[in-house]
Each structure stands twice: as structure tokens, then as C-alpha cells.
Design a protein around this ligand. Structure first.
Ligand SMILES: Cc1cc2nc3c(=O)[nH]c(=O)nc-3n(C[C@H](O)[C@H](O)[C@H](O)COP(=O)(O)OP(=O)(O)OC[C@H]3O[C@@H](n4cnc5c(N)ncnc54)[C@H](O)[C@@H]3O)c2cc1C
Length: 418
């Protein structure tokens, strides 16, 4: 055991990665590839990898059509959709590049659909405009005024991907600890003492990939990120087995450009089944997957954050609609019927939910892109929203690039990209 309690040997890790979701594990993988001699520790509070966002998502390999050209999201998704498929091929992970359609069902969505087409082209993607008749050939039960076909979108199980990252990190000498919650950081002569629920560990540098708790872990390390994590729960329904034929691929609406979420959509899952969702309601617990889950501290931290009230004042109408859709199956099904008119309430049953970690700024703006903030002897991934699972290998590499640029980072010369 390389914890500080054993003072007889040099038990100092070069890097302690906090969080065993797909971003933390991809970062550990990238650290090991760039600096094979680095001593890497991964600390995850749950007893399994991918227990939160990574294990509760839609399982889509995103193409990058939605994101502003030049943004990290656009670049990472485009490169990530390729590298994720290559990684799955190399490691025998089930996946499928099935493509998707984005469907305009209202006249006011037509210019937004055209904007998406232009974004897709600007982002270098293989996208085609399709007519309602062509849409019917691809998806016989879907109706719309116009649609786009995006060819590079795929599906995968990100829990399997994350477990494979963990296995590779371990095979290359990394030390992986489940059931180990980070509770604090203290500076000492060798770097940091990382305090955990299972004792203390010495590390020269910490990398915070704690997802829904990333702002808290940053505060523990004394880093000022300026952002607060607000949990947005996303609920799914599932098509009954006998009605799965209503959807052949992935079917998305045109998203509201004022929000970072994509609107409820149909997703064929890699393990079989078709999921419909997710909506986006304010969560009353950061890792709460049931409607009744509540955590007083989590809730109070949102309610006392001035940025939340600024956001709420601007978007109370949309927020109200999301709550209605959460409380009423009929309202949820009405949203889905815009895409598949023949769908009936009896065709769907409730499925899992996920909670998104969305960083919010004090002025009420939702952070749209990835946010990485350096601290003392540490770096903090404070916003890693969708498509972070798709782009996890790219994000892992980018985090390591950031670390390599910090004056106080160990092995920074080894970490610099070739
Ligand atoms: C509903 C939903 C749908 C999505 N759909 C998609 C999609 O289709 N495609 C896509 O690319 N992306 C999608 N995403 C986004 C994607 O899932 C996330 O961006 C990604 O999983 C983030 O990974 P992460 O490692 O940062 O976070 P997480 O997976 O949440 O991992 C963070 C880990 O840190 C651990 N942790 C927290 N605090 C501590 C502590 N103090 N000590 C030790 N460990 C700690 C947690 O237990 C957790 O395991 C979706 C997300 C959601 C919620």
C-alpha cells in the first residue's frame, strides 16, 4: 500500500486523479502513455467505475454537429467520434455507427435546421439535407418538414469503455482505488497529502475529474473556479419491446439554441432497446436518480448561488415546461409524438435517469464549453458536459497538455505532446 501511513518507503505518487468516471480514467490513461514511469493513483469514491454520469447517459457517440466551429466541444467531438470507434474496434467493445436524423417538425425550426447543417459543414462532418420522403425511407414512422442525416453518429456502452480504460491504466502500472472518497488536500514538503476516507496518500500533483462534485473538490484544493455545479436530472422512457420497430436509428428534434441540452430524442441502445429522453429538470440531489431524492446541502448550494436566480429569471418558462414534462407522462409523450406521431402513452415505460453536472457562473450563464482551471499543485476539470464521453480520449489528452504547461507540475517535460 502506497499510502502515507507507510513512511518507511517513498510512497509519493506523481499524480492523484480524483474521479473514476470516463474523464478521470481517460486522463490517467493519457498520463501513463506520455510518461510511462509516472506513478499514477486514481481515487474513486464508489465501489465501481463509471457509477455516475458515465454510467447513466444516452450512449451516443456524438458527431459534433451542434457545437460552435472552433470551440473545444466541436473539435473534441469530431476527433472523438473517430477515436472512440477506433478504440472500440481495437478492444472488442460493441458499438455501431448507425447515423442519426435531426428532424424539424415546426416551420420556425427550419432556419435552425439550416444553421445546424452549416455548422456540420463548418465542422467538417458528413451531413446531408433530406426531404420528408427520404426521411420516411430511413425512419418510416418519423414525420417532419425537413431533416438532416448525420452519418458519423454511433452508439456504445460507455461503462464498458470506462472499465476498459481502467484495465489499461492498471496493466500499465497505475494504482486504482475504488471506495475511496477524497476529503481534503494539505500541502507538505513532498507535494500534497490527499486525505481520503481510506487514509492519506502523498502525491506531487492532483487532477480533479470529480464530475458532479468537481466544484467541491476544487474548493478542497483551494482553487477558485468561479463556477458552481448545478445538477440537471434527465429522465428516460423506454419503448416496449413490441414497439421498438417505431425507431430504427437515432432520432433527434432541432434543439433550442439557448440551451446546452438536445431535447428529448429516441436512441437505440447498444444492448438492445430504444430509449426516449432525456428531459432536463433541476436536480434536488447531485447524485439523485429518483424524483424524490433530496439532499439539503446540494439543494441549499444551488438556492444560495446568485447565478441560479439570474438563470431562473431568464428561463422560468422553459424550466416550468421541463418540470411539467417530468411530472406528467402525457406531456413527455406529447414531446415524443412531435417526432413519431403514432406513438402512444402505452408504448413507453419509465427507464433510468441520469444527472448532468452543469457548471453555472455567478452571472447566470451556463458554461457551454469544457472548463479546465489550474490550481496550486492541481488542475480541475470543472465542466465536462456531453459530448465528454464521446471525446473522453481527447479530453484526457487535453488535460495532460494543460498539466504539462503548469510550472508546478511534475514530469512536465515528459508530458508534453510529441
Ligand atoms: C443524461 C445524460 C446523457 C448523456 N448523454 C451523452 C451521450 O450520449 N454521449 C456523450 O458523449 N455524453 C453524454 N453525456 C455526458 C457524459 O456522460 C459526461 O459528460 C461524462 O460521463 C462525464 O464524465 P466524468 O468522468 O467527468 O464524470 P462522472 O462519470 O460523473 O465521474 C466523476 C466521478 O468522480 C467521482 N467522485 C466525485 N467526487 C469524488 C471524491 N470526492 N472522491 C473520489 N471520487 C469522487 C464520482 O463518484 C464519479 O464516479 C450525458 C450525460 C448525462 C447525464
Amino acid at each position: 500500500m502506497a499510502a502515507v501511513n507507510s513512511s518507511s518507503q517513498d510512497s509519493t505518487y506523481d499524480f492523484a486523479v480524483v474521479g473514476g468516471g470516463i474523464v478521470g480514467l481517460a486522463t490517467a490513461l493519457s498520463l501513463g502513455e506520455r510518461a510511462p514511469d509516472a506513478r499514477i493513483l486514481v481515487l474513486e469514491k464508489e465501489n465501481a467505475w463509471a457509477a455516475h454520469q458515465t454510467g447513466h447517459n444516452s450512449g451516443v457517440i456524438h458527431s459534433g454537429i451542434y457545437y460552435k466551429p472552433g470551440s473545444l466541444k466541436a473539435r473534441f467531438a469530431r476527433e472523438g467520434s473517430r477515436s472512440m470507434v477506433e478504440f472500440c474496434q481495437e478492444h472488442g467493445i460493441d458499438h455501431e455507427v448507425c447515423g442519426k436524423v435531426i428532424v424539424a417538425t415546426e416551420p420556425h425550426e427550419l432556419p435552425l435546421l439550416e444553421n445546424l447543417y452549416e455548422r456540420g459543414m463548418a465542422n467538417g462532418l458528413h451531413v446531408a439535407r433530406i426531404t420528408p420522403e427520404e426521411l420516411r425511407e430511413i425512419e418510416p414512422h418519423v414525420r417532419g418538414l425537413a431533416a438532416l442525416r448525420v452519418f458519423s453518429t454511433g452508439i456504445v456502452d460507455y461503462t464498458q469503455v470506462a472499465r476498459t480504460y481502467a484495465r489499461l491504466v492498471e496493466q500499465r502500472g497505475g494504482d486504482l482505488r475504488l471506495g475511496t472518497r477524497v476529503t481534503g488536500f494539505v500541502d507538505d514538503a513532498r507535494g500534497l497529502v490527499v486525505e481520503t476516507s481510506r487514509g492519506a496518500f502523498h502525491a506531487r500533483y492532483a487532477i480533479n475529474c470529480a464530475g458532479l462534485h468537481s466544484d467541491r473538490v476544487a474548493r478542497l484544493a483551494g482553487a477558485a473556479t468561479g463556477a458552481r455545479i448545478v445538477p440537471f436530472r434527465g429522465e428516460y422512457y423506454e419503448l416496449r419491446a413490441e414497439r421498438r420497430s417505431l425507431v430504427r436509428h437515432l432520432v433527434y428534434p432541432v434543439p433550442d439554441p439557448n440551451f446546452p441540452f438536445l431535447g428529448v430524442h429516441f436512441t437505440r441502445m447498444i444492448g438492445g432497446g430504444v430509449h426516449a429522453g432525456p428531459n432536463a429538470v433541476l436536480g434536488t440531489k447531485r447524485e439523485g436518480y429518483r424524483k424524490t431524492d433530496f439532499d439539503a446541502r446540494d439543494f441549499a448550494e444551488v438556492m444560495t448561488f446568485p447565478g441560479f436566480w439570474k438563470l431562473a429569471r431568464r428561463h422560468w418558462r422553459e424550466g416550468g415546461r421541463e418540470v411539467a414534462r417530468s411530472l406528467s407522462k402525457a406531456a413527455f409523450v406529447r414531446s415524443l409524438q412531435r417526432l413519431v406521431p403514432e406513438l402512444q402513452a402505452d408504448d413507453v415505460v419509465p427507464a433510468h435517469a441520469g444527472v448532468r453536472a452543469q457548471a453555472l457562473l455567478g452571472d447566470g450563464r451556463l458554461v457551454d464549453d469544457f472548463l479546465i482551471v489550474p490550481g496550486r499543485r492541481s488542475i480541475h476539470v470543472c465542466n465536462a458536459p456531453s459530448p465528454a464521453a464521446t471525446a473522453s480520449l481527447e479530453i484526457g489528452r487535453a488535460v495532460v497538455d494543460w498539466v504539462a504547461r503548469q510550472d508546478d507540475a511534475p514530469l512536465s517535460r515528459n508530458l508534453q505532446s510529441a
